[in-house]
Design a protein around this ligand. Structure first.
Ligand code: KIV
Length: 263
C-alpha cells in the first residue's frame, strides 16, 4: 500500500499518481488486483450508487457503509474517504466526530472540499494525525452556489484565488490536493505553486496525478460524456449483452445445461 510519504515522493520523482473512485466490495476486489495507486470513496456515490441528482445527498452513514465495503475488498490500497456535505461546517467537534468515524471504518485519509473556510479544521485534523486531501476548483458540494458544473478559475482573479487556496491547503497540512474542472494552464500553475501533489479531474495533463470516477471510465452511462472523460471500456454494452444472453438462454431452455445441474 502506498503511504502519505509516497505521495510526496511521487511528485519529487515526477511519477504520476492514479486514483479511481470505488463504492462497493466487488469492484474494490478488482481494483485491489490492479496497479491503481489509490481509491477515493467519493461522495459522488450519492449520484452514481443512489441515484440522487447531486453529492449534497451523501450522508455520513452512507459514506461509512461504502468505505467499510471498499476497505474489505481492497485491503492493499490507500483509501481516501470523502467528508460529506456540511460535515465540516458545523464546528470543529462535529467535523472531528465525522473524521473519527470514517477513520475507524478503515479509511487511510479523508478528503475535504473547499479551502479558506476549512483551513482551521484541516490543520486540526492533520495535527490529530489524520491525513487530509484537499479539493478545490469545481467543488460539487457547492453546486448551488457555483450555478452548475462549470469550469472554474477562468478569470485572472479566480485563477489567482485558486493558486492562493492551494497554498493555503498546503500550509494547513494537506498531503495532496484534488483540482477539479479548471483550465490546463491553471492546473499547471497550481501544481507548480505547491510542493504537495495535485490530482486532477478535468484539470489537464500537468497535475501530479489523475482521478476518474470508476463508472465513468468503464463507460457505465453512455449519456455521461464530459470533455475530460476517457472511456476505457463499454461496460454498459457488455452488461446489457450478458443480461440479454442469459434471458435468451432461459427462454430457449439452453440454460441450465446438464453439466450445470446436480445430477
Ligand atoms: O466524489 C468524487 O467522486 C470526487 C472526485 C470527482 C474527485 O470528489
Amino acid at each position: 500500500m502506498i503511504s502519505v510519504q509516497t505521495f510526496t515522493k511521487r511528485k519529487q520523482q515526477n511519477r504520476k499518481i492514479s486514483m479511481v473512485t470505488c463504492y462497493d466490495f466487488w469492484s474494490a476486489k478488482i481494483i485491489n488486483q490492479s496497479d491503481i495507486d489509490c481509491i477515493l470513496v467519493g461522495d459522488s456515490l450519492a449520484v452514481v450508487m443512489h441515484g440522487f441528482d447531486s453529492t449534497v445527498h451523501a450522508t455520513l452513514d452512507m459514506m461509512k457503509m461504502h468505505v467499510a465495503a471498499v476497505v474489505r475488498g481492497a485491503p492493499d490500497k490507500f483509501v481516501v474517504a470523502d467528508m460529506p456535505f456540511l460535515s465540516c461546517s458545523k464546528g470543529i467537534n462535529v467535523g472531528m466526530d465525522a473524521v473519527h468515524e470514517l477513520m475507524q471504518t478503515g479509511a487511510s485519509a479523508v478528503k475535504i472540499e473547499g479551502a479558506a473556510h476549512q483551513a482551521d479544521l484541516i490543520a486540526h485534523i492533520v495535527e490529530a494525525g489524520v491525513p487530509v486531501m484537499g479539493h478545490i476548483g469545481l467543488t460539487p458540494q457547492s453546486i448551488h452556489n457555483l450555478g452548475g458544473h462549470k469550469v472554474q478559475g477562468k478569470s485572472e482573479g479566480d485563477a489567482q484565488k485558486l493558486i492562493d487556496d492551494a497554498k493555503r491547503l498546503e500550509q494547513a497540512g494537506c498531503f495532496s490536493i484534488v483540482l477539479e474542472c479548471i483550465p490546463n494552464k491553471l492546473g499547471d500553475c497550481v501544481s507548480r505553486a505547491v510542493s504537495v501533489p495535485t490530482i486532477g479531474i478535468g484539470a489537464g495533463p500537468h497535475t501530479d496525478g489523475q482521478v476518474l470516477v470508476l463508472h465513468d471510465l468503464l463507460g457505465a452511462d453512455p449519456d455521461f460524456c464530459p470533455k475530460f472523460l476517457r472511456r476505457y471500456a463499454n461496460v454498459n454494452q457488455l452488461v446489457a449483452g450478458a443480461l440479454n444472453g442469459f434471458h435468451e438462454d432461459v427462454r430457449n431452455q439452453s440454460f441450465p445445461a446438464l453439466e450445470e445441474t446436480y445430477g
